[in-house]
Design a protein around this ligand. Structure first.
Ligand SMILES: *Cc1c(COP(=O)(O)O)cnc(C)c1O
Length: 275
C-alpha cells in the first residue's frame, strides 16, 4: 500500500490517549482483571505495531488479532505477550501458530481432531494454545451446546499437543439500551462456565460495550477492549459513555482548491450539482 506522504492530509494517532483509555477501563474492573487490546485490522486503522506496543506498555495482558498473519507481524516486531487470533485459522496452518506461541480460537471438535491427526503425522510437538469460542447468541464462531463444549475441553486436556489457555464468548447487543438479548447471552455463557470444575487461565466475555455498561455482570477475568481503546463510544449516541475516553484519532487536511462557479455550471461526475 502506498501512503500519501507528499500531500498535506494526515491521520494523527495519539498513543497517549490509548494508554489513558486502557487505564480508565482498568480502574473500573475488579482488581485482578486483565485487558486484551484488540488490534485487528491494523489496529482499527491506527497502526498495528505501535498500538500493540503502547497497549502492552499500558498494562494490557495481551492482544487480539483477526488473522494469523497479524499475529506473526507482532511477533516479528518483538511483541512477546499473549496474542489471540479471533478468527478460525485453517487447520493446516495452525502449527505456525504453535511455533510462534500464538493462541488460536477453536470453535469445533472437528477442528481439534483434524489438528490432532496432522500433529501426529507431522510430528508437531510444540503445544498449541487454544481458546474455545462459545456462541452464546452472536450466531457466529463457537460451540452452541454445553455437551459439545465439554467434549472439546476433554479432548484438549487429553492430548498434549494442546494447551487449554482460554474460553470466551462475544455479545451482539451489549451497546444497546434494551438489555434483554444481552441478558439471555449472559445466562447462556454462565451455563458453559459453570459446566467446568476447573477454568482455563483466561476467561473472557466482554467487548468494549460490556466493559462499559455491564461491568457488574462480567463473569470472567479478562476484557477484550476494542473500539473504546480508540476513544470511541461503542453505542454511537444511544448510551452515554461511562468511561472518560480520550479520542485517539485526528484527521487533518487543508482545502486544496477553491473556485467560483457561474449559475448553471455543474460539478463532478454525473453533474449532480448545478450552481
Ligand atoms: C472485534 C472484536 C472485539 C472488540 O470489539 P469492540 O466492540 O471494538 O470492543 C472483541 N471480541 C471479538 C471476538 C471481536 O471480534
Amino acid at each position: 500500500m502506498i501512503s500519501g506522504r507528499l500531500r498535506d492530509t494526515k491521520l494523527i494517532v495519539n498513543l497517549g490517549a490509548i494508554r489513558h483509555n486502557i487505564q480508565e477501563q482498568q480502574k473500573q474492573l475488579a482488581p485482578n482483571s486483565k485487558i486484551f487490546a484488540v488490534v485487528k485490522a491494523n489496529a482499527y486503522g491506527n497502526g498495528l505495531v505501535p498500538v500493540a506496543q503502547t497497549a502492552i506498555g499500558a498494562g494490557a495482558a495481551g492482544t487480539c488479532v483477526a488473522i494469523l498473519d497479524e499475529a506473526l507481524e507482532l511477533r516479528d516486531n518483538g511483541i512477546t505477550k499473549l496474542i489471540l487470533v479471533l478468527g478460525i485459522t485453517p487447520v493446516e496452518n495452525a502449527h505456525v501458530a504453535a511455533e510462534a506461541g500464538v493462541s488460536l480460537t477453536v470453535g469445533s471438535l472437528d477442528w481439534l481432531e483434524d489438528y490432532h491427526q496432522l500433529a501426529i503425522a507431522n510430528h508437531w510437538t510444540k503445544p498449541l494454545k487454544v481458546h474455545l469460542g462459545i456462541d452464546s447468541g452472536m450466531g457466529r464462531i463457537g460451540f452452541t451446546t454445553v455437551e459439545n463444549f465439554n467434549e472439546a475441553v476433554e479432548f484438549v486436556r487429553e492430548h498434549r499437543e494442546f494447551e487449554f489457555e482460554g474460553m470466551f464468548t462475544h455479545f451482539a447487543t451489549a451497546d444497546s439500551a434494551d438489555e434483554s438479548y444481552f441478558n439471555k447471552q449472559v445466562n447462556r455463557w454462565e451455563q458453559f462456565v459453570n459446566s467446568l470444575n476447573e477454568l482455563p487461565p483466561f476467561v473472557h466475555m466482554a467487548n468494549s460495550a460490556t466493559g462499559m455498561w455491564h461491568q457488574e455482570k462480567i463473569t470472567a477475568n479478562t476484557v477484550r477492549m476494542g473500539i473504546s481503546m480508540y476513544g470511541q463510544n461503542p453505542s454511537g449516541r444511544e448510551l452515554a459513555a461511562t468511561l472518560d475516553l480520550k479520542p485517539v484519532e485526528q484527521l487533518v487536511t487543508s482545502i486544496s482548491f477553491v473556485k467560483k462557479l457561474k449559475a448553471g455550471e455543474s460539478v463532478s461526475y454525473g453533474a449532480t450539482y448545478t450552481a
